[in-house]
Design a protein around this ligand. Structure first.
Ligand SMILES: N[C@@H](CCC[C@H](N)C(=O)O)C(=O)O
Length: 293
């Protein structure tokens, strides 16, 4: 049984990017990639785009190295151990951080704090929560400074069979953003989009198809590494926003809105180059293992 040996799990989502949340403050669980894939399976499991394990940062860092981010325990008591639905590990998850923060607050892990740090493989992310209900909140996250790596040369993504130039953005995890006339141009997204040159992202990439809706307002669809098409991707929406802001020559402080299939996210690039993302988070149900007797 997939829940055997696991604590009470919770299902949550942020703009319909959905997660299974596993509380493991003392780092006692070893959750394999196969278990993650089973839990996230929408027919044979609970169903989710990813899994968020809640573990004390100090404990996590005893168990796993996070190069470049070894000193997070002082700024964030809890670490978001994020896994994609196929069991693979990713550096960051923007929607996941909002849901994780809400979970910490709703389950008493951070007392009544509304501003705190969350440790991730992509560094500490600072969050600010505004409750909108007992199990929901709007959450603003300091997503850090987006990076345009400039090391991959000219990247293209195929749109309706034709390679189109893409913008390479690193939000802790990799993104290729391609501008299209309509998000319908992305097609069915049953398969991974064709990205070139072949092998340019040796660890895979998230691909965003972004279309203008109005000035400083875009819509996007995304094919996520390790998942497939999802209804939202927070880091992907950050990548779309910053690619559009650079294209538009927007001054810092300019607000952007990005519509995803599952809702709406809001962005501002601060004067220091850090990106703030605001969006909803909601916890929807708990799961306990059924009695076997
Ligand atoms: N949905 C997430 C991104 C999750 C990780 C991604 N699939 C990857 O492998 O990099 C988000 O909201 O940012």
């Amino acid at each position: 049984m997939i829940l055997e040996g696991l604590p009470t799990l919770t299902k949550g989502h942020g703009t319909e990017n959905d997660f299974v949340i596993v509380p493991d403050p003392d780092g006692a669980l070893e959750i394999t990639a196969a278990q993650v894939a089973k839990l996230c399976d929408r027919r044979a499991g609970i169903g989710a785009d990813g899994l968020l394990r809640v573990v004390r940062t100090a404990r996590f860092l005893e168990q796993e190295q996070v190069p470049g981010h070894e000193d997070q325990a002082a700024d964030a008591e809890f670490f978001m151990d994020y896994r994609n639905a196929d069991g693979s590990v990713a550096e960051m998850c923007g929607n996941g951080v909002r849901v994780f923060a809400l979970y910490l607050r709703a389950r008493g892990f951070v007392g009544d704090a509304t501003r705190f740090g969350v440790a991730t493989r992509g560094g500490v992310k600072y969050v600010s929560l505004t409750p909108t209900g007992p199990l929901s909140a709007d959450v603003t996250v300091d997503m850090g400074v987006p990076v345009f790596p400039d090391t991959r040369g000219d990247v293209t993504v195929e749109v309706k069979g034709t390679p189109r130039p893409a913008v390479d953005v690193d939000m802790g995890n990799p993104h290729a953003v391609v501008f299209v006339d309509s998000t319908d141009d992305a097609g069915t997204l049953y398969e991974s989009p064709v990205v070139a040159p072949r092998g340019v992202y040796p660890d895979g990439v998230n691909v965003e198809f972004a279309a203008d809706v109005a000035p400083r307002h875009l819509a996007m669809r995304v094919h996520e590494r390790g998942v497939g098409e999802t209804r939202s991707c927070g880091t992907g929406a950050c990548a779309v926003m910053i690619a559009a802001a650079r294209r538009d020559g927007a001054a810092p402080g300019t607000a952007y809105t990005v519509d995803v299939l599952g809702g709406r996210l809001h962005f501002v690039e601060r004067a220091d180059g850090r990106l703030e993302m605001t969006g909803p988070a909601e916890l929807v149900f708990d799961l306990v293992a059924p009695e076997t007797r």
